[in-house]
Ligand binder design. Structure first.
Ligand SMILES: *Cc1c(COP(=O)(O)O)cnc(C)c1O
Length: 302
């Protein structure tokens, strides 16, 4: 199970003090950034399903892919350390001395740097067969924890939404692979009055809807909450930032006293802020998921 703090700590109602002139008083945050031990956030939910599968099969080594600031590899190293398992991180070339990689190594992750061309093959079955052979016996987890076990693990987030915000009609979260959204939608089921809005952190990820639909089918089918993706709030692309995004994040943090990461949660709440400011969204209560990712904030010298 993902470790949970006392219930009261999991929901933060935002302060009525405006952020850059816009009230966010109708927004509550579900604080996944306070769950999951050493590496808080949604990644520990995705890994939970994978670790359970590995343990069932008597496998004690987890192998996966990510960049040098990957929240996923950070959480994988932490979870393996906490569970007494081994971990291998296959890392895309780039800046080598990040705080993320330092943590991962300190937690015992074997860090292997891949060339850009090898990294590009991270979803190629023939390449994956060779990787699995090289580290056997192991469980090979796709980049971002994007597999059916990851979807199943994220259904736990739906339990939290039901418990902490049973009346809510709109839940908003940042989307990368869509695994978390799929798990949440499946976990909430079709009987709910809650609709889900995903804010894509990637530019031009037009196949995202299809991938989420496939993930939902793979995990058992049609019974899921309604959901949609907004594609226009990526601020220039994955892990890119704009001066306006930075201004919003710094203002939000100083008014609300809650840290955001610029890659996911910052863009998601900036989207909420813009949709409320423009009147496209009214001020009915909404629940935004703080999915963590704060380790990555260390990569931004703000
Ligand atoms: C990975 C991540 C997401 C996106 O999760 P997906 O399941 O890939 O859509 C959102 N927020 C944070 C902080 C993340 O690290």
């Amino acid at each position: 199970m993902v470790e949970l703090p006392p219930s009261a700590a999991l929901l933060s109602r935002l302060s009525p003090e405006p952020v850059l002139g816009v009230s966010m008083a109708h927004v509550s945050l579900l604080r996944l950034d306070r769950t999951g031990g050493l590496a808080p956030g949604n990644k520990s939910f995705k890994l939970q399903g994978n670790i359970a599968a590995a343990q069932r099969d008597g496998i004690s080594k987890l192998v996966s892919f990510g960049g040098t600031w990957s929240n996923h590899l950070h959480a994988l190293a932490a979870a393996a350390h906490e569970q007494g398992m081994e971990s291998v991180g296959l890392v895309r070339g780039g800046e080598q001395d990040t705080a993320m990689l330092a943590d991962a190594r300190a937690w015992g992750m074997q860090v292997e740097l891949l060339s850009r061309s090898d990294y590009r093959r991270r979803n190629d079955p023939e390449y994956l067969r060779r990787v699995a052979e090289r580290y056997a016996p192991c469980l090979l987890i796709p980049e971002g924890g994007a597999n059916p076990e990851g979807v199943v693990g994220c259904a736990g987030i739906a339990d939290m939404v039901r418990q902490h915000a049973p009346e809510i009609t709109r839940v908003v979260l940042a989307v990368g692979t869509g695994t978390t959204l799929a798990g949440l939608a499946a976990g909430l089921g079709s009987a709910t009055a809650t609709g889900i809005v995903g804010i894509s952190a990637l530019r031009g990820a037009q196949d995202l809807e299809q991938r989420i639909q496939r993930a939902l089918v793979n995990c058992g089918g049609g019974d899921h909450a309604s959901w949609q993706i907004l594609h226009d709030h990526h601020c220039g692309g994955f892990a890119r930032t704009t001066p306006a995004l930075k201004e919003f994040i710094l203002a939000f943090e100083s008014v609300q006293g809650i840290a955001l990461d610029p890659v996911y949660t910052g863009k998601m709440l900036y989207a909420v802020h813009q949709l409320c400011a423009s009147g496209q969204w009214d001020s009915s209560p909404l629940l935004a998921l703080h999915t963590g990712g704060l380790q990555g904030r260390r990569g931004f010298a703000w």
